[in-house]
Design a protein around this ligand. Sequence first.
Ligand SMILES: C[S@@+](CC[C@H](N)C(=O)[O-])C[C@H]1O[C@@H](n2cnc3c(N)ncnc32)[C@H](O)[C@@H]1O
Length: 314
Amino acid sequence: MPKLSHICNFSVSMSISSPSLCRYLNPIHSIRPLLLSHHFSSLSTPRTKLRSLLSISLQSSFRSSHFEIRASHSDAIQTSHTKVAFVVAEDERYGNKQVISITPQLYNYILSNTREPEILRELREETAAMRGSQMQVSPDQAQLLAMLVQILGAKRCIEVGVYTGYSSLAVALVLPESGQLLAIERDAKCLEIAKRYYQRAGVSHKVDVKHALAVDALKSLILNGEACSYDFAFVDAEKRMYSEYFELLLQSVRVGGVIVIDNVLWHGKVADPLQVNDPKTVSIRNFNKDLFEDKRVSISMVPIGDGIMICRKN
Ligand SMILES: C[S@@+](CC[C@H](N)C(=O)[O-])C[C@H]1O[C@@H](n2cnc3c(N)ncnc32)[C@H](O)[C@@H]1O
């Protein structure tokens, strides 16, 4: 049984994190932050009571549904600086599947099980001080991209939106010696850094750097007779252009080829149409909906980083 102080930490952190918790629950049940914080005001509420209070509260709000916020994970309540226990959705509509929410503690664990080549770590650290460094894919995302390229046995790849080269270098490192990555980026300064790292990593011969606007570069490769010749594409540039990039890339990759699109969860905003409707969010939300209905591709939305959509051309 946790000590009272642990319960207090749990109770306080639940209140603090309720907006993100609500964002998680919102798309399904339109729950509001007040509802959640309400039941956590008493610091002396025992854990079991907290759980049942919350469960009752959520059940009454959600009618037939059952959502439970668990404080029972032992690791999550052992240390006072742990943010919050897991969010678990248990609902028969989802096969009573328990879905975990990534906590900082859990994400640290994932990163500690992620293999990041030394050269990528150096690039990430150099970029960290730069404006826009949060745009870089995370090490676990880069590892997944590299693995997809390896599973596909890809030789011809495209990246749309290179920045300083982190994701493109991850791909180039696993390409065979005869492989080629067309790396498209509009910012020349960023490309200088990327090129320096391709050089250092000994993969420059595999990367065809294209300093251009993405749509122009993609159109010209189709005009050059390269349609259906690529195995893999990664999209990580202007969010409102995703539909255009996708249409051009669908022409560029072969049947069985894969297009991966980054930021499809857009910090969770896509799932909150009642409150978030800025142009970028709406654009990504519409794009996701179009992809869902698009029978030309098989799809899988994966909650890694800011969310990726993996599309396989049928
Ligand atoms: C999210 S960052 C890419 C991050 C990169 N994939 C990584 O992991 O380091 C987006 C990049 O796309 C570039 N970009 C945005 N719009 C573009 C366009 N229309 N054409 C080419 N590049 C574009 C930006 O300059 C920026 O460097």
